[in-house]
Design a protein around this ligand. Structure first.
Ligand code: SF4
Ligand code: SF4
Length: 732
């Protein structure tokens, strides 16, 4: 070993020792913070599916590849990071000796070839990612960037380090070529040979370049170890765990559909026994999230994909799902020293730590601990109430997140505490909650008018109890029973089912609200009250039937989601379909035959709780495909990337005072297609989009109707009035 190699070896191992020590300390700190969260025993089952999903999502980049160029570039960088770590390891042999290399594979041409090309593609990819970050920088003139609010220096730092490490890899190989210590042929390693062609024959160059490469890599490790909230770097390690422990490992997208039940100490809360002084009601302190919640916050890469799709953010509301996650993460880590010292408030608000425990506590951590989780800027709140209440629970953030963060569950958990303990929520929603408690529907309509929609139909609508041999229980829903526009959809669906000879029956006055608006606003108590009542009624209606024969058809995606995905949590197991699924089946099997196509251009708006939350994208399009002339005109944001109408998450019953109205944004997009008919599959979307169209003064030119009405117009152009079909133009 020459003198140069002695120096490079000592320096390389010294900086590595410091970096590894700091990294171990950082990992221990992160684990300690994540362990501060509440238990969640549901995350450990079905390890086989969890492992498969984790491998498929990371190796296949299944979530990221939807962002084609970025996804592909990120894939090469990720694979490069894993495989090229071997080259960093190899650098430790090269600081010791200019001829050094990895044992076993070090002289293998295939190893040279694979690492060479991964490094070349990694180099190109990281340049692409840097260019994308620069092009989307928040400071660029005009437009809203998905990186707004992200810590930009961290992104540039990480990308710069990768670029430098890759370049140094070629410099090391180049010196080996120039000094004739390089084993791989030109065909396997063309770039390394090209670099070697311009470098001098200098043996010390190999060891010095290897030292620089190690120093760059270890600088990265030191910086991220000193910044444990640097998600853009830490996600490389945490994403594997976050994906593995996601809520629904077998589902297409985890964290959508059903909400996580309200839990205390890891167990679902039963309101008959729950005690707010002993049980946790929602989340009021950051440590009351589960450990998986804290892992979610730690894993955020700050990529801003969630933000770019969020309807609230896109209409100038203060909510950005990314900024919400970052605020919770930064607060959790800033408060952690106080919590780890034994601090924290019990459920009655008393301090748990003794004065001695907090005696030497950092004042910043103590100050952080005093911040309310929900509060205005003046109150020092971590999350502003306007942020919390702007969410429509549309799920676009969850859908987009490449590391499977479950934003909606966290938002509703915080709402639960505000509603159940603080009684603090937008006052206008109070009327809706009172109506649900007293009348069983959000509008406060008399229960004995639930069947009024059946009046004037030219057939009898059977009720459960009057008939036993029904195949489908038609769940009408509150909107379908009381809201004028939705009643037309209900009548259209009933007419079509009757036309197709489907045996169905309704509950009539036996039905109450499914509980969706109560649950999404955070009032789990009212939700459970309504849901238990409905589960009892439905179990009675289906008595003696196995699950596959307990079929329900619903026109409202919120009811469809709640009955199908959430009633199971309360002992109600049913086969629930949305009416567009059943209608698509009836058309496909020849039970319904469209005869006169609807004309004038049709576009379709995917309701969030039908599409994103439940993956029903094709059936409404299949129905429309058979009932209209020409092709369906898609809006730019459709299917998984559909834009919310603004009504979900109980926003239907709250005023929209900040920014642009979400429904207006969506209507402008729908109208930009030139279609004369905007088809929907949800009574709330129908209300919101109709309001938007009328607000733009386009009520005469553009019709917003349910898919069922479009089909009915085509199947039975002379259908009786009151089914919303009259104004739809038919061809011929
Ligand atoms: S659920 Fe929708 S509205 Fe709520 S934060 Fe996510 S994207 Fe925004
Ligand atoms: S999409 Fe996920 S990882 Fe990206 S900023 Fe949003 S929460 Fe963070």
């Amino acid at each position: 070993m020459g003198s140069v190699q002695i120096v490079t070896t000592i320096l390389a191992f010294a900086i590595t020792a410091v970096a590894v020590w700091l990294a171990v300390r950082a990992v221990m700190k992160m684990v300690a913070v994540i362990r501060l969260g509440q238990p969640d025993p549901t995350r450990f089952g079905d390890k086989g599916t969890r492992t498969k999903t984790m491998l498929a999502e990371t190796a296949g980049h299944t979530r990221m590849l939807r962002w084609s160029v970025v996804g592909a570039a990120h894939w090469f960088v990720m694979v490069g990071f894993i495989v090229l770590s071997l080259l960093v390891l190899e650098a430790y042999f090269e600081v010791v000796s200019p001829t050094g290399g990895l044992p076993l594979v070090g002289n293998w041409a295939i190893y040279g070839l694979v690492t060479e090309w991964l490094a070349i593609l990694g180099l190109v990819s990281i340049l692409v990612l840097i260019a994308i970050r620069l092009r989307n920088r928040p400071t660029r003139p005009g437009g809203r960037s998905r990186f707004t609010g992200s810590t930009m220096w961290q992104g540039y730092f990480v990308e710069g380090i990768i670029l430098a490490v890759l370049i140094m890899g070629f410099v090391i190989r180049g010196f080996k070529v120039a000094t004739d210590h390089f084993e791989y042929p030109v065909w396997a390693t063309p770039l390394s040979h090209a670099v070697g062609g311009v470098l001098p024959n200098w043996e010390a160059g190999v060891s010095i370049a290897a030292l620089i490469k190690i120093a760059i890599s270890m600088t990265w490790l030191i910086v991220i170890a000193l910044n444990v909230t640097m998600g853009v770097a830490w996600h490389r390690f945490l994403a594997f765990f976050n994906i593995f422990f996601k809520r629904d490992p077998g589902a297409n997208v985890s964290g959508l559909g059903a909400l996580r039940p309200m839990t205390s100490q890891g167990k679902p809360l039963d309101f008959e026994e729950a005690d707010p002084e002993k049980d946790q009601f929602g989340v009021a302190q950051v440590e009351q999230f589960t450990w998986k919640g804290l892992l979610d916050f730690s894993t955020c890469t700050e990529c801003g994909r969630c933000q770019s799709q969020c309807p609230a953010w896109n209409t100038a509301k203060p909510l950005s799902p990314k900024l919400l996650v970052l605020s919770l993460r930064d607060h959790a880590y800033a408060k952690a020293p106080y919590l780890l010292a034994g601090g924290g408030k019990d459920l009655t608000g008393e301090e748990k730590a003794t004065a001695a425990q907090l005696a030497h506590m950092d004042v910043l951590a103590l100050a952080e601990a005093e911040r309310p989780l929900i509060g205005t800027a003046e109150e020092g709140g971590v999350i502003d109430p306007d942020v919390l209440w702007s969410c429509t629970t549309c799920g676009a953030c969850v859908e987009q997140c490449p590391v499977d963060i479950e934003h909606v569950d966290h938002i509703v958990d915080m709402r639960r505490y505000q509603v159940l303990i603080e009684s603090s929520f937008p006052s206008e929603a109070g009327v809706m909650l009172r109506n649900l408690e007293n009348k069983g529907n959000p509008w406060g309509a008399p229960q004995n008018t639930r069947e009024d929609w059946t009046k004037g139909l030219d057939f009898e609508v059977p009720r459960v109890g009057e008939v036993d041999d029904f195949e489908y229980l038609f769940w009408v829903g509150c909107a379908g029973a009381f809201e004028d526009r939705a009643k037309k959809t209900t009548r259209a669906v009933a007419t079509l089912l009757n036309e197709a000879g489907v045996k169905f029956a309704i509950l009539g006055e036996g039905e109450t609200c499914s509980g969706d608006p109560a649950r999404r606003i955070g009032n789990e108590f009212v939700f459970q009250m309504l849901a238990q009542q409905n589960v009892e009624t439905l179990n009675e209606a289906f008595e003696g039937r196995e699950k596959s024969k307990r079929k329900i058809v619903a026109t409202c995606p919120h009811c469809f989601n709640t009955l199908g995905n959430e009633y199971g949590q309360l002992g109600g197991e049913f086969e629930v379909v949305h009416h567009t699924q059943l209608l698509a089946h009836l058309v496909a099997t020849g039970k319904l035959t469209p005869v006169q196509p609807v004309d004038g251009g049709v576009t379709y708006h995917d309701p969030c709780y039908l599409g994103r939350h439940n993956r029903v994208f094709a059936p409404p399009r299949e129905v429309l495909g058979t009932a209209i002339s020409g092709e369906l005109t898609e809006m730019p944001r459709n299917s998984e990337r559909s834009f919310c109408c603004g009504a979900g998450g109980a926003r239907m019953w709250m005023e929209e005072k900040i920014g642009k109205r979400i429904n207006v944004d969506r209507v402008e997009e729908a109208m930009s297609t030139g279609a004369k008919t905007v088809a929907v599959g949800c009574p709330f979307c129908s209300t919101m989009l109709n309001d938007g169209v009328n607000g733009k003064g386009a009520g005469e030119e553009v019709e917003v109707v349910d898919v069922a009405s479009v089909l009915l117009r085509s199947v039975k152009p002379d259908a009786p009035g009151g089914t919303d079909t009259e104004r739809l133009p038919v061809a011929g």
